[in-house]
Ligand binder design. Structure first.
Ligand SMILES: Cc1cc2nc3c(=O)[nH]c(=O)nc-3n(C[C@H](O)[C@H](O)[C@H](O)COP(=O)(O)OP(=O)(O)OC[C@H]3O[C@@H](n4cnc5c(N)ncnc54)[C@H](O)[C@@H]3O)c2cc1C
Length: 275
């Protein structure tokens, strides 16, 4: 037994707290200042970083002059629902706590331990599944209803509504699917600091998108991929990727590249289609 001396205690309570608004005027709330969830599942820091990445590129775009201030309002639209879902999941994870899962037989003789072990493991797995297996909650965040995401006709596959199974998808609003282009080179390494157009340079929308971005002074990095690889990853030849690595638009060619770029940077425009 190691003798210990308690020098101080810090009372703490699990909180389910959500700010009514994530921003007003020049002030934006991110991380625990905007939302707090019980720590079971370990989602507090993830969502805080997600907030910072989301508001970060939007602030940079406005300050650098290639997006209107109205873009900033989409921060709350995109991130508050993520906080709502995370709080709900973490609250559910809190329903069964470790002391309730402790079985005195585990501290008994080897025989008692062996008899109890599999039973306890089954109960732990069953009651804590959403706490242990939540990759889709973390990576599957999809801003499918965002006003700065162009759903288009090709947005047929949505991220499944389960916590564990993450199936990368280039559906607009989702995180860009990752792939290794070579053992040392990730697709993500090729993305620009701002927007990126990723895919087949022979697709009909490639040049119009690059030209429209140049005309509108929207920074857009072209990332060329073999057409088969693009189709395999995205189901279409081209994806427009935001600075936070979420897909803003995908397709072969937009009806109007200018309109797409204006919409995804927060300008008020009419709905756009796709040909
Ligand atoms: C027991 C426990 C376990 C957790 N486990 C996990 C986990 O496994 N995984 C996970 O992702 N998350 C976990 N979290 C949650 C995670 O720690 C928080 O969500 C995260 O730290 C929030 O980061 P933040 O930057 O938003 O806020 P904070 O970390 O609270 O940072 C805010 C900072 O602002 C400073 N500050 C406050 N007021 C002022 C002021 N007026 N001027 C200047 N500075 C100020 C504070 O001192 C603090 O340093 C856990 C939390 C707890 C309590």
């Amino acid at each position: 037994m190691v003798p210990i001396e308690i020098l101080a205690t810090d009372p703490w309570r699990a909180k389910m707290a959500l700010s009514n608004t994530f921003g007003k005027g020049r002030i934006f709330l991110a991380g625990d200042a905007a939302h707090q969830n019980p720590p079971w599942g370990g989602h507090g820091f993830n969502t805080g970083v997600g907030d910072a990445v989301n508001i970060g590129w939007k602030l940079a775009a406005v300050l650098n002059g290639w997006a209107p201030t109205s873009l900033l309002a989409t921060y709350e639209v995109e991130r508050r629902p993520v906080a709502v879902e995370t709080i709900a999941v973490a609250t559910q994870n809190m329903a069964t706590l470790a002391p309730e899962l402790a079985d005195p037989r585990l501290m008994g003789s080897d025989d008692k331990f062996a008899a109890a072990r599999h039973q306890v493991a089954e109960v732990v797995q069953r009651t804590k599944a959403s706490e242990f297996h939540s990759l889709n909650l973390v990576l599957g965040t999809t801003y499918r209803s965002s006003p700065i995401v162009v759903a288009g006709a090709s947005a047929r596959q949505e991220t499944p509504d389960n916590l564990g199974d993450y199936h990368p998808s280039a559906t607009p609003g989702a995180r860009l699917p990752h792939t290794w282009l070579s053992p040392q080179k990730s697709l993500y390494d090729l993305l620009g600091r701002e927007f990126s157009l990723v895919g087949d340079p022979h697709a009909a929308g490639w040049t119009p998108m690059l030209e429209a971005a140049s005309e509108l002074s929207i920074p857009l990095t072209p990332v060329e991929l073999r057409s088969e690889l693009a189709r395999q990853l995205f189901e279409v030849p081209l994806v427009l990727v935001r600075p936070d690595q979420h897909v803003a638009w995908r397709g072969t060619a937009p009806d109007d590249a200018r309109e797409v770029l204006l919409r995804v940077t927060g300008h008020p425009v009419m709905p756009v289609g796709e040909r």
